[in-house]
Design a protein around this ligand. Structure first.
Ligand SMILES: [Zn+2]
Ligand SMILES: [Zn+2]
Length: 302
């Protein structure tokens, strides 16, 4: 089980020639989940090769325009493609209110061009598939109703090859039964229980996505142990006062969060055109060596 991330847009509130407004596609276990939908996201879906199919779920970090203005265009295109799939939009109640008003302005009260359900977030688990779950937690970002997201696969126990060999368990579907927790009986009549051949539980994969945020305070508990943390880094430390005023992080703050939360890899996004990527990266790696700056159309798997 892996998470595949496609960075569709990596700019801060003003896009650049290289960076589109924020959006991130997460693919996992046959699910495709869009996180934020800045202006031009539909074209980025095409440029990345991801396309529009099976786009059933949209998670919104907050309702600032750089994160949501792509919604009407994307929905219009889905209608033109005669999509009849139900789309579920998850966001904080205030965020969904902005989305509803935006759609009402274009398609009339309660109107939308595609079948739609809006599901308000409350902290905790809001999506559970066979292969993974998504939890959300509140994030402080100016006066918005902001959420961060934790994608996690369940812990797994692996078969231990040496035990399989010594007990004489043959290859094939019989091994799958053991992984699924069922006992088996071998051709020689010997019974083998899952406990006889499974190793200790290993932690699943954990992906944390955080949009814009005022500070890293109170976030560490949600980020802890993540295989991958995606978070904004709009400013550099030399502009820390401005970062505070605008409700954003510096690269150093984001990297310190990763360093103190036992994160494996850090990807910085929501990149401002005022800095060179190299400057941002240099500031981040000082606090957390395994940092990288996201670029539009980057693909990462964990
Ligand atoms: Zn933003
Ligand atoms: Zn914002």
């Amino acid at each position: 089980m892996i998470f595949r991330l496609t960075f569709l847009g990596t700019s801060a509130s003003v896009p650049s020639a290289e960076r589109n407004h924020p959006a991130l596609l997460v693919e996992a276990g046959g699910h495709r989940i869009l996180v934020d939908c800045g202006e031009g996201t539909q074209r980025q879906l095409l440029r990345s090769g991801a396309g529009f199919r099976r786009l059933h779920r949209l998670l919104l970090t907050h309702a600032h325009f750089d994160h949501i203005l792509g919604i009407p265009g994307l929905f219009s295109t889905l209608r033109l493609r005669q999509s009849e799939d139900l789309l579920t939009v998850h966001g904080g109640p205030d965020t969904l209110d902005v989305v509803m008003r935006m759609l009402a302005g274009l398609w009339g009260e309660g109107g939308a061009p595609v079948p739609l359900t809006l599901e308000p977030l409350t902290p905790g688990r809001f999506f559970q598939a066979d292969e993974f779950a998504i939890d959300c937690f509140q994030v402080r970002h100016r006066d918005t109703d902001s959420y961060g997201f934790v994608f996690e696969t369940p812990p797994r126990r692996h078969l231990r090859a040496e035990h399989l060999t010594s007990l004489g368990v043959p290859d094939g579907p019989i091994r799958k039964q053991l992984v699924e927790g069922r006992s088996i009986t071998l051709a020689n009549g010997r019974k083998v229980a899952p406990e006889d051949v499974l190793g200790p539980p290993e932690r699943g994969k954990k992906l944390v996505i955080i949009g814009d945020t005022d500070s890293t305070e109170g976030i560490a508990e949600h980020v802890r142990g993540a295989d991958l943390l995606v978070i904004e880094a709009t400013f550099l430390e030399r502009d820390a006062a401005m970062a505070r005023d605008y409700g954003h992080l510096t690269a150093a703050q984001a990297a310190s969060l990763a360093a103190t939360s036992n994160v494996k890899q850090l990807v910085l996004t929501h990149i401002s055109g005022r800095y060179a990527d190299a400057e941002i990266l240099a500031e981040a790696v000082r606090a957390f060596p395994n940092s990288r700056i996201a670029a539009d159309l980057d693909v990462l798997t964990i």
